[in-house]
Design a binder for this molecule. Structure first.
Ligand SMILES: [Fe+2]
Ligand SMILES: [Fe+2]
Length: 156
């Protein structure tokens, strides 16, 4: 156990990261079940995959905390956010991804400042994955929004 050697702000970032990832799991699983009830089975499967990906991030953070001798203690699970359409749900998810990007960017910058290479590299990998994730979510949102607009045109 190396409690004394770990920078408290780095531990803070790990705790916030775990809370973030577990909140994302809750949100994406909730939306998966919601859109499944709307009959959108493909979107439900994709949201389930997103939840699994965020669970993988949570796993890696827990492993990192254990390696540092710290007990994982995510304390603030954010309530799942959703909407009245797939596009509205994806809009909320895009926000979640932007929050993750900002959190990991902050963590990377702090680790660089204190020259903590090991944790800096750990956060940087997550940052890059969330950047890609954010771009994918934005593309999916754009597709869902244009499908909604098409549907409206066809309807009226
Ligand atoms: Fe994540
Ligand atoms: Fe993500």
């Amino acid at each position: 156990m190396q409690y004394a050697s770990v920078n408290p702000r780095v531990l803070g970032y790990l705790g916030r990261a775990l809370s973030h990832e577990l909140s994302a799991v809750q949100q994406y699983l909730t939306q998966s079940k919601l859109v499944e009830a709307w009959g959108l089975l493909e979107a439900a499967g994709r949201l389930r995959d997103e939840a699994a990906e965020e669970m993988g991030h949570a796993e890696r953070i827990i492993s990192r905390m254990i390696a540092l001798g710290v007990a994982p203690s995510a304390s603030q699970l954010r309530p799942a956010q959703f909407g009245a359409s797939l596009a509205e749900c994806l809009h909320k998810n895009h926000r979640v991804e932007l929050d993750a990007i900002a959190l990991y960017e902050d963590a990377v910058r702090y680790c660089r400042r204190i020259q903590d290479q090991e944790n800096g590299a750990f956060f940087e990998t997550l940052w890059n994955e969330e950047l890609a994730h954010g771009r994918e979510m934005a593309q999916w949102l754009a597709t869902a929004e244009s499908a909604t607009a098409e549907g409206r045109r066809a309807f009226f």
